[in-house]
Write a new protein. Structure first.
Lengths: 525, 175, 195
């Protein structure tokens, strides 16, 4: 198969010894599991109460919207708290479960006859089981699979250093992966199934070829893509495999392609064939700062501290804790955070594995960032625009197309935290969009009010005109009939108001304001 | 001589065509006011000295108002206006007010006497209530325009920072 | 034909008002970062003004200043011509279609003749042989001015997003960049010698 190169990218030291990934090790159940709920606004969806006993796979919170996913208990136990807990580098409301060690589960009914079932039924199952992308983005699989594509690409190319979770799955669960490929091909109505793995994954390739030789398997093309970061990114992988580029602001479905991580595919398959909700994933533990590096089968919600402690603990070299890959992951300051569906790895990097920290210097316009940008953006221009607060100009330059791969910051000789700036810029764009939406709502309400006032005025004029030739007390009449609308009500309500009560209220308000004055607004009119 | 004249005519003709195209582009901006209005924050606060966002947008489109009159939009808003109108960006004029964080009105319900004056003042109908009954602000609809403050006879309205997603933490569930 | 080309080329590039003759530097150096369409309109209006000024100045020069002794009055006639040209443009715009008039009103063109137009008024009689040539040359000069305006508005947009050392910010950097581009422009000198 002819592969196309993608623009830019960097070659990173792999930190992956050996031809094959180590077999996934299992981990004892942690005493406590922490499951973050969907973000606030949807928090009412929480389906359990404190003190309730839950079983593995039991629903904790339903999906908030199409972009959210259902959350399930990682093991059996008792809900001890629903409270804010540290998650990633922030905080979120979490369901905390004290495990009881029995680990009894509440599986959904298996759908072994999925070939005969309607597509909608299967997608609904994936949504109910909370299956999300395990490649790092944690986007719900049901929403992603809803758009069919004739080319199904299973993504096994983990191009970031250290990460071997998908490779371990391919090496030691090749049969499951191929079964999952058939399911996803059925769901996507794909006519062509490609399984992309890195050219250095010899062990995985051999395992997959052996599994493909078995009767019943097949229909899957193995493609070894060169290890060049970020080849495992959806858009870059499509470019490499098909030679086509996902348009700016578009999605792979625009090219009739559908890309799914191999681990997500297996999770989807398990949800349908075994009725298992998403409650565990493979996590790579790596770096010089930790003993017992390898791939672990970890329940979602397991505190990172538990994983590290059971693997062997920290070494003296530990300098930085990173959730996810070293390029796109998130550095966290402590290990009390839970493993989430998006946590492909827990890396404890030693000081020598980090880039030497140097103060940021001025851009020297070397252009290396533009050369490595896989999205073909102009990082320098974006940098200047974002520093100037020119959000709209940056958006026009394609800020939203940044995949936050970090290649630009990696090559920057001036140590400018480019990705951080782009990330901030993208969230600022989002805020701006929200403000626009609010403004549109306010405009609509303002216009509606103006229309209502105009209508009221016209009606009043018409009424007075109609009664003018009649009796004299007509003027008082509108007052009695008006309170149909609040504004009209106000004009009449002021008159019969108890004067003494108003004066008393004014005095009370003054006193209260004086009491609160030191804390009040300085610029009050 | 004729060749020169022809060339000059051709050149000036091209210039006229270019100007015509640019003028059409500017003239096609019968919707300019609407496009300006789309950039404005729609607080309807009147700090620009116009009775609302749309009138300010129309004044800007006519070239009568300056781009630095909208404190709720802040310097970023002024910059957006400058870009839209092809003018020189400048910060918000402090004479109109100082940009600050977005706020919403909050009625102190123990003090409110139910006079409905704030309901009439609210430009976006974000206050609900009835005569002699306590009023309350729909925080999601409030633009923080401060127009309800002066009419309140008991000064029971305060402005609090807008909490974007201050959904209460569920300690109990209704499930 | 070569005449026409030489006049065009000469007006736009070789005798560029700003970069070669340093007329209208103040306007270019002070230009604010603005979108392309706004500068384009400015440049095209400048072209119209220059195309009016040049033949006027040529005619004045050749009607009034034939005697050698009167050549000392050249600055006065040039000033007169440029003022008259700008006045004519103002008058013409009053009769123009509404859309064009609105566009004209939005331009930050000064009402008084500026140095660039004065430059056209001085150059045209010296370089053109008849009023038609003056007209073409004037228009070309205006286009050259527009070119530099567009160039500088773009440069300012880029500069606005960079960290310029405090002593150079604003006019100093604008003048320095003008000087550097002017040096590069000097490479065009002598092309179309006849002009």
């Amino acid at each position: 198969m002819l592969l196309q190169p993608f623009h830019g990218g960097v070659r990173l030291p792999p930190h992956k010894p050996g031809d094959a990934a180590p077999a996934p090790q299992s981990l004892p159940l942690p005493p406590e599991l922490v499951h973050p709920l969907p973000p606030p606004g949807a928090s009412g969806a929480c389906a359990v109460t404190v003190g309730q006993r839950v079983r593995r796979g039991q629903l904790l919170a339903a999906a908030a919207d199409a972009r959210g996913a259902a959350v399930h208990a990682g093991s059996s136990g008792t809900v001890t708290a629903i409270a804010p807990r540290p998650v990633g580098d922030g905080e979120a409301t979490c369901v905390v479960i004290a495990t009881d060690g029995r680990d009894d589960s509440a599986p959904l009914p298996p759908l072994a006859d999925w070939r005969e079932l309607p597509r909608e039924r299967l997608l609904e199952r994936l949504a109910v089981a909370g299956v999300v992308g395990l490649g790092g983005a944690a986007f719900p699989a049901a929403a992603k699979l809803a758009a069919p594509g004739t080319i199904l690409i299973l993504n096994g190319a983990e191009c970031e250093p250290w990460l071997r979770s998908d490779e371990a799955l391919l090496c030691h669960g090749a049969v499951e992966v191929l079964a999952a490929a058939q399911l996803l091909a059925h769901l996507c109505r794909a006519t062509r199934v490609l399984l992309a793995l890195e050219s250095r994954m010899h062990g995985a390739r051999a395992a997959l070829q052996a599994a493909l030789a078995a009767p019943g398997a097949g229909g899957v093309e193995l493609v070894a893509v060169p290890t060049r970061y970020p080849v495992g990114s959806e858009r870059q992988l499509i470019r490499v495999l098909t030679g086509q580029e996902v348009p700016s602001g578009g999605l792979p479905r625009d090219l009739d392609a559908s890309v799914h991580n191999v681990a997500s595919a297996v999770a989807a398959w398990r949800a349908i064939v075994h009725g298992e909700a998403l409650t565990e994933r493979l996590v790579t533990l790596g770096g010089r700062g930790v003993r017992g590096a390898g791939v672990y089968r970890v329940r979602l919600g397991t505190p990172v501290a538990h994983l590290v402690a059971h693997a062997g603990g920290y070494t003296d070299a530990a300098a930085r804790l990173v959730l996810g890959g070293p390029m796109m992951g998130q550095a966290v300051v402590h290990d009390a955070v839970p493993v989430l569906a998006s946590t492909q790895a827990v890396l404890v990097l030693g000081a020598d594995e980090l880039r030497a920290a140097a103060p940021e210097r001025a851009c020297i316009r070397c252009g290396d960032c533009a050369a490595v940008c896989p999205a073909q953006l102009l990082p320098q221009t974006l940098l200047a625009q974002l520093r100037e607060g020119e959000l709209e100009a940056a958006a026009q330059q394609g800020l939203s197309d940044c995949i936050e791969c970090g290649a630009c910051a990696w090559v920057c000789p001036a140590q400018i935290p480019l990705v951080q700036l782009y990330r901030d810029g993208k969230s600022a764009l989002q805020v701006q969009e929200d403000e626009r939406a609010r403004a549109a709502q306010a405009r609509a309400r303002h216009l509606a009010r103006a229309a209502r006032l105009a209508r009221d005025a016209a009606e009043r004029v018409a009424r007075v005109a109609a009664r003018a030739p009649a009796t004299a007390p007509a003027a008082a009449q509108p007052a009695a009939t008006a309170p149909a609308t609040p504004a009209a009500a106000a004009t009449t309500a002021a008159a019969p108001m108890d004067k003494a009560a108003v004066l008393a209220a004014i005095a009370r308000g003054r006193a209260r304001r004086q009491a609160a004055a030191p804390a009040g607004r300085e610029d009050a009119p | 001589m004729t060749a020169t004249l022809l060339a000059a005519a051709l050149l000036l003709g091209l210039v006229a065509l270019g100007l015509g195209a640019l003028a059409r582009r500017a003239g096609a901006d019968v919707d300019l006011a609407a496009r300006i209005d789309a950039v404005l924050p729609q607080t309807q606060c009147g700090q620009c000295n116009y009775p609302g966002c749309r009138p300010y947008a129309e004044a800007l489109a006519r070239g009568e108002a300056d781009i630095d009159q909208c404190p709720p939009g802040g310097d970023a808003g002024a910059r957006a206006l400058a870009r839209l109108l092809g003018r020189v960006p400048k910060p918000v004029n402090p004479a109109h007010g100082t940009p600050g964080p977005r706020v919403v009105a909050l009625i102190d319900e123990t003090t409110c006497i139910g006079c409905t004056k704030c309901i009439q003042a609210c430009p976006v109908d974000a206050i609900v209530g009835a005569p002699k009954l306590m009023h309350t602000v729909i925080a999601a609809e409030c633009t923080g325009c401060e127009l309800c403050l002066p009419p309140c006879p008991v000064d029971c309205i305060t402005l609090v920072p807008r909490a974007a997603d201050a959904a209460a933490v569920p300690t109990r569930s209704t499930a | 034909m070569s005449d026409v080309l030489a006049l065009l080329f000469g007006g736009v590039l070789v005798h560029n008002l700003v970069l070669v003759h340093l007329c209208g530097v103040e306007r270019v150096a002070a230009i604010a970062p603005r979108p392309l369409h706004a500068v384009l309109a400015l440049g095209l209006f400048a072209t119209l003004a220059a195309a009016l000024v040049a033949p006027l100045s040529w005619t004045l020069e050749h009607l009034l200043l034939q005697a050698p002794v009167l050549s000392t009055l050249r600055p006065a006639t040039a000033l007169l011509a440029s003022a008259a040209g700008v006045g004519a443009l103002h008058g013409g715009m009053r009769l123009a279609p509404a859309a064009l008039r609105a566009l004209w009103r939005r331009q930050p063109l000064p009402a008084a003749p500026d140095a660039a137009l004065l430059g056209v008024a001085l150059l045209a009689p010296a370089l053109a042989r008849d009023p038609a040539q003056a007209l073409l040359f004037g228009a070309a000069c205006g286009l050259g001015l527009g070119l530099v305006l567009v160039l500088f508005a773009g440069l300012q947009t880029r500069l606005a997003a960079t960290q310029v050392p405090a002593p150079l910010r604003g006019a100093p950097l604008a003048l320095l960049s003008l000087a550097l581009i002017g040096l590069a422009w000097a490479g065009l000198a002598g092309i179309g010698d006849r002009l």
